[in-house]
Design a protein around this ligand. Structure first.
Ligand code: AVI
Length: 302
């Protein structure tokens, strides 16, 4: 299944690899390093917003039974939210088992009265939550502007699914990265220390382990740029030389300079994203933005 998906992507006229393959063990560590880079503003801007607006968030969201975090990663941000909202349950969902389980352990340690669970799942498939988690008063927490890594139709689909995880008493708290000066955006995805370049190249090492290919990551260079028409950062890997890459049962020729598209990161203007939320069945939306207007947290209710 995974193998077929990757090979089919590599065989496209414009070859691509899904960004979900960034997150093997090393990739997850590199992503954590990215979130601490001086150029990568989304994580720290969102954290500061959560801290500054804690009282207002608590007031608006009110009593919450369960916080559900799809793509919870190391559960760093949920810890703060659970402190603010004091839910009974926390359900973290992620494809990366080890990082998630460590994060859940740390959360249990920090908040012993919280019933915290780990669900290992690929979010592109169906999400099955533990059966004893009540339907009432659920809050889906989707921080980090991860919604931006889906193309808009898939992002809308994702919002519809999030709506289906809650009833009329629930809601969605979501982080969205906003459009801003191109130099700021491009630096965030092409940092001076080269961490994002390593993160991007590491996808090839991961692909090698999944499909048995012989990609040489050092033969590929990192490219990241803002596409103003689509309002997204695009990340690509560009072949330094012409080369043939082989895998069991096949292979492909890559020309010098040819690119593999590895990620899009959409930057939504607030009114655009609010329209998507309404389309997905969230009628009431509250927003908080930082003073530079770079990032937004939105609380959406059915
Ligand atoms: C996980 N996601 C929100 C990150 C982003 O900003 O799109 C992934 C990332 N790619 C490169 N740097 C960070």
């Amino acid at each position: 299944m995974e193998q077929e998906e990757i090979i089919s992507g590599l065989m496209q006229p414009v070859p691509r690899i899904s960004p979900k393959y960034f997150y093997d063990q090393l990739g997850s560590k590199l992503f954590e390093a990215i979130t601490r880079l001086p150029e990568y503003y989304p994580t720290r801007t969102e954290k500061a917003l959560l801290e500054q607006q804690a009282a207002d968030i608590k007031r608006l969201v009110g009593e919450v039974n369960t916080v559900i975090e799809p793509g919870a990663g190391n559960v760093e941000k949920a810890r703060m939210l659970c402190q603010i909202l004091q839910p009974k349950y926390f359900v973290g969902v992620d494809i990366s088992a080890e990082v998630l389980k460590d994060g859940i352990d740390r959360l249990r340690h920090a908040q012993p009265t919280l019933d915290a669970r780990a669900v290992i799942a690929d979010l592109t498939n169906r999400l099955d939550l533990p059966e004893d988690i009540p339907m009432a008063r659920r809050l889906v927490f989707y921080p980090g502007s991860s919604i931006g890594n889906y193309d808009p139709p898939q992002a809308l689909e994702w919002l519809h699914r999030a709506r289906s995880w809650v009833d009329a008493t629930g809601g969605l708290l979501i982080g969205v990265d906003l459009p801003k000066e191109v130099a700021v955006l491009e630096a965030a995805y092409d940092d001076a220390a080269g961490t994002t370049a390593r993160f991007n190249r590491n996808i090839l090492a991961h692909v090698n382990t999944v499909i048995g290919s012989d990609f040489d990551p050092s033969q590929w260079s990192h490219r990241a740029f803002f596409n103003p028409v689509a309002s997204r950062i695009e990340m690509h890997l560009q072949a330094e030389e012409g080369q043939r890459v082989r895998w069991p049962g096949g292979g492909r020729e890559f020309a010098h300079g040819e690119r593999i598209h590895t990620e899009n990161s959409y930057k939504y203007a607030l009114p655009v994203f609010m329209t998507m939320l309404r389309e997905a069945g969230f009628a009431q939306v509250n927003t908080w933005t930082d003073e530079r207007g770079w990032y937004a947290l939105l609380y959406a209710q059915p």
